[in-house]
Design a protein around this ligand. Sequence first.
Ligand SMILES: C[S@@+](CC[C@H](N)C(=O)[O-])C[C@H]1O[C@@H](n2cnc3c(N)ncnc32)[C@H](O)[C@@H]1O
Length: 219
Amino acid sequence: MAPSQGEHPAEGLSPAFLELLEAEPLGEQTVLDVGTGAGRLALTLAPRARAVVGVDREARLIDEARKSAAAAGLKNVRFVVGDVEVEEYAPFKPDMVVAHLCMSDAIAERAGRVLKPGGVFAFVAFHNDQWKETGRPSRFAYGEVGAKRLLRKCGFAVDTLTVEREVAQFETVEQGLAAAVALREKWKQDGRWFRYVKFLEEGGRTLTRARLVVKARKA
Ligand SMILES: C[S@@+](CC[C@H](N)C(=O)[O-])C[C@H]1O[C@@H](n2cnc3c(N)ncnc32)[C@H](O)[C@@H]1O
């Protein structure tokens, strides 16, 4: 999650998502990045925005983000430790709320309460099909219908909603296992690994990554 040394902070961010954000008048806006992690998105937007605030509940990541901002000489970005599903966003006075792989109903509700008409809420979230071969969608995943319903409920009109999908295809069980090796320990803990192995052993030969990329505007 943290940009490693020499790596551009935008590494791993969806180019389509960045394009949606860059189409907005960022230079006039304060952007709130919820679940900022080590600040990858916040640091990418800061050179173009009036101001950026990144919030994450992991103090270690916030510390890392602050160090990266200082190293890059960015003066218009600050990082705060906080719970973005509990705290309200008004103290940050955002014109735009962004969330990259940190999305929930509580976040959309808070964005809906803080943004003025025309204000943008943009996010990348896991799609329900993410890792569907493991038989267990992420609790942070949304489908197109669910995301649209939530946004409407929170007072947003959808500007753009697309699904970015990559389906890796394997010829053998071993190739399938190798493709998920970095996830093995995490998946063993959450029960996905054994389901994925079963899927491969029963002849499955795919692994799906799918993300929703969304820009919505407060009505
Ligand atoms: C998958 S990471 C994405 C980080 C960052 N947006 C990026 O793309 O590099 C999700 C982040 O959301 C944070 N997070 C999850 N729930 C949170 C909450 N309720 N309040 C604050 N941060 C939260 C985690 O600590 C983690 O850093």
